[in-house]
Design a protein around this ligand. Structure first.
Ligand code: DC
Length: 214
């Protein structure tokens, strides 16, 4: 199993970097945040109250979930036969996803999908706990960060309404698998680097540990 773990706070550049890095390495790209968003979207669709974890636990037990890879090499997740896409970036999902992701049964569900995908192909997986909890044994761990101003600007330039500092606070203080720098992770401040600059840095670091493009 080969996993490159990319963790970091919201709008630190993870998705762009992970997508580009996966193409450069010839690996598949697995966006774990999209999985938490998909579960959140389904919970909102069922009009459940996110402040009642028992309701969410029960809904998770009933969910039929499967994931795989599209032809482009990106992972997808299907929930109760639906394949949500742009719905995952809505304000409603942004506002609820951190609460839903703090529930242990939701994390177990996503983690089992991530392990299943990693058994099929070499992956670049991005999230909050990929290097610390989901794949702690991978030697290829990176933690991307950027100043709060730059991260706010990035979200605004994507036209997204997203209270990133509030999400980061919830994500880094929750009981289960909080956002943190995994032991052994290479920390990269992306504030003043280009996308290609970050990817180059990671590819160079991987080469030093003997991991080369497929
Ligand atoms: O990467 P993102 O911003 O799309 O992630 C959305 C939310 O999902 C994030 O605020 C917290 C949660 N998440 C998580 O708890 N663990 C992960 N590995 C990935 C995302």
């Amino acid at each position: 199993m080969t996993v490159i773990a990319i963790d970091g706070p919201a709008a630190s550049g993870k998705s762009s970097v992970a997508t580009r890095l996966a193409r450069r390495m010839g690996f598949a790209h697995v966006n774990s945040g999209a999985m938490y968003r998909a579960v959140t979207w389904e919970i909102l669709r069922q009009q459940l109250d996110i402040v009642l974890p028992e309701q969410i636990e029960a809904a998770v037990q009933r969910m039929s979930v499967d994931s795989g890879f599209s032809e482009s090499g990106d992972s997808f997740i299907r929930i109760n036969s639906e394949l949500p896409d742009i719905e995952l970036q809505t304000l409603e999902v942004n506002q609820s996803v951190s609460s839903v992701a703090s529930i242990a049964s939701v994390r177990n569900l996503v983690n089992s999908q991530l392990h299943n995908l990693a058994r099929q192909r070499p992956i670049v997986s991005e999230g909050r706990d990929i290097g610390s909890v989901v794949f702690p044994d991978t030697p290829h761990k990176f933690y991307l960060d950027a100043t709060p101003e730059i991260r706010r600007q990035r979200r605004a330039s994507q036209g997204q309404d997203d209270a990133i500092e509030q999400r980061d606070l919830l994500d880094s203080t929750r009981a289960h698998a909080p956002l943190k720098v995994a032991s052994g992770a290479h920390v990269i401040d992306t504030s003043h680097l280009t996308l290609e600059g970050v990817v180059d840095k990671i590819v160079e670091t991987l080469a030093l540990s003997g991991l080369h493009p497929a």
